[in-house]
Write a protein that binds this ligand. Structure first.
Ligand SMILES: [Cu+2]
Length: 478
């Protein structure tokens, strides 16, 4: 048992003992029969107890500041200091109010306790008092609000066109970051195009074709299409359900009939839902056909190539002292992108892009130096055989700060702040995400793409079904 628990139990026991002692004294004076004396005595005991409680409370309040001083994380971004200042000033103002109020409350309850013959002053209204307790909080709160608004405008003002941009996407249960690649432009996205090969729904001509193939099928590529698969399934489901029902009747109350009943329930649920699944996909296909007409590809010639060189690294890297714009979104439920040291925290909302700007001012290596002086970080991590001090492995951590499901606590991601040179070097090691995707795709017209994929390593040709005919796309627009 930890010392903390022992102290807790001791405090609870002391409170119980005090309570019992007071009750005994109360009963004794009741027997003596002197009510006034008893009241006076009780008030005095209560007043003194409350006063001691106040002294201990105020002491503990300040003790916490000293005790947790080393656990405080120094901000690593420009506006982190802005937020830190805001927290500090709010804390100072609140502390002053807290201490004045508590001293008044507890000393008054001791000084003005019950005494026989003492009269209380009653007055119903005082303009002076009303004025004081309205005007002082108004001034103080207005000051804090203005302070906060200034910080807010600095962080949330619209970014310039050429701000260094990283796109962040949250989904159950991981983060994906996307960088614009050499062209400096992030490929546009459309949720209609989301599929396992294109988890972010990036718009390129090939991905549009691929999604259409997956939905409606393509005989040439030997792809049946999700809609067809579901329709076939819908045909055979009633038969399956019938046969399981017969089996259950035959085997009444016998081995495995529970399993069969579960299976029956599942199939019945599937049959209930299957129409809505088909309709969802038909609508999905309709929307794609409506948006991605041949004219679209003509008028968006450039845009549809932006996505080719986007890369999605396994860690987020940013150069130091450069303003970073985070474009934040979510694919499924609410998440919250939280870089603790940067004091960046923003909801990731499905269907509603959010953003945040910050300027990192301390590289990961510099922050390790800072931490090497912190006693808490000089210890090795619990269970670390190599006994490496914790500061050596320090990383800026990104967490999800919005409870998003069972894997919420696993939504961790690393941010590395590099020097300019380190960052440039890191970028050259990044391969376009398209690189990973191409091998899985049965894409029509991939050969046309070849010149744009210079930076992409060659993919074994037998894994791609090259079909140069692009008429499928053209015919669908009409
Ligand atoms: Cu979460």
């Amino acid at each position: 048992m930890s010392i903390g628990w022992l102290i807790f139990i001791a405090v609870v026991l002391i409170i119980i003992v005090l309570f019992q002692v007071t009750r005994t004294l109360d009963l004794v004076s009741q027997l003596r029969g002197n009510d006034d004396e008893r009241e006076e005595h009780n008030s005095k005991v209560n007043g003194i107890a409350l006063f001691i409680f106040m002294v201990l409370g105020v002491y503990a309040y300040f003790w916490c500041f000293g005790h947790f001083k080393n656990s405080n994380l120094p901000p690593a971004s420009e506006h982190g200091y802005l937020i830190e200042d805001m927290i500090l000033w709010t804390l100072i103002v609140c502390s002053i109010v807290f201490i004045i109020c508590n001293i008044l409350l507890f000393t008054f309850s001791l000084i003005y306790r019950y005494k026989k013959g003492r009269e209380t002053v009653h007055f119903a209204h005082s303009n002076k008092l009303e004025f004081i307790w309205t005007i002082i909080p108004t001034i103080v709160l207005t000051g804090l609000v203005i302070f906060g608004l200034q910080a807010w405008t600095k962080i949330m003002s619209m970014p310039d066109e050429d701000t260094f941009t990283v796109e962040v996407t949250g989904q159950q249960f991981f983060w994906t970051t996307r960088y614009p690649g050499a062209d400096g432009k992030l490929g546009a996205r459309d949720y209609n195009l989301i599929c396992p090969d294109n988890p972010l729904g990036i718009i390129t001509k090939e991905f549009v074709e691929h999604r259409i193939n997956l939905l409606q099928g393509n005989a040439k590529l030997d792809v049946k299409g999700e809609i067809k698969v579901l329709e076939e399934r819908k045909e055979i489901l009633p038969g399956l359900i019938d046969s399981i029902q017969q089996l259950i009747e035959m085997r009444q109350n016998r081995y495995r009939s529970e399993d069969l009943k579960d299976e029956l329930d599942e199939l019945e649920d599937e049959l209930d839902d299957i129409d809505s699944h088909i309709i969802t996909r038909v609508k999905n296909l309709d929307r794609i056909n409506t948006i991605y007409t041949p004219e679209y590809f003509v008028s968006h010639q450039d845009e549809i190539t932006w996505g080719y060189d986007d890369f999605m690294p396994s860690e987020m890297h940013v150069p130091v002292n450069e303003e970073v714009l985070l474009k934040i979104q979510a694919l499924d439920v609410l998440h919250n992108f939280y870089i603790v040291h940067m004091k960046v925290k923003m909801d990731a909302v499905p269907g509603m892009p959010t953003f945040f700007k910050f300027t990192p001012i301390t590289t990961t290596a510099e922050m390790r130096e800072v931490y090497s002086k912190n006693p808490l970080w000089q210890q090795p991590k619990e269970g670390d055989e190599t006994k490496t001090p914790k500061w050596k492995n320090f990383q800026y951590e990104i967490a999800c700060a919005e409870l998003c499901g069972t894997g919420h606590s696993a939504m961790k991601y690393i941010l590395v702040v590099d020097t300019e040179a380190e960052y440039e070097e890191w970028v050259t090691t990044q391969k376009p995400a398209w690189n990973n995707v191409v091998g899985n795709l049965k894409i029509e017209g991939l050969s046309e793409l070849a010149p744009k994929l210079k930076s992409v390593e060659p993919v074994a040709t037998d894994s791609i079904n090259l079909v140069t005919d692009t008429s499928t796309i053209a015919s669908k627009g009409n």
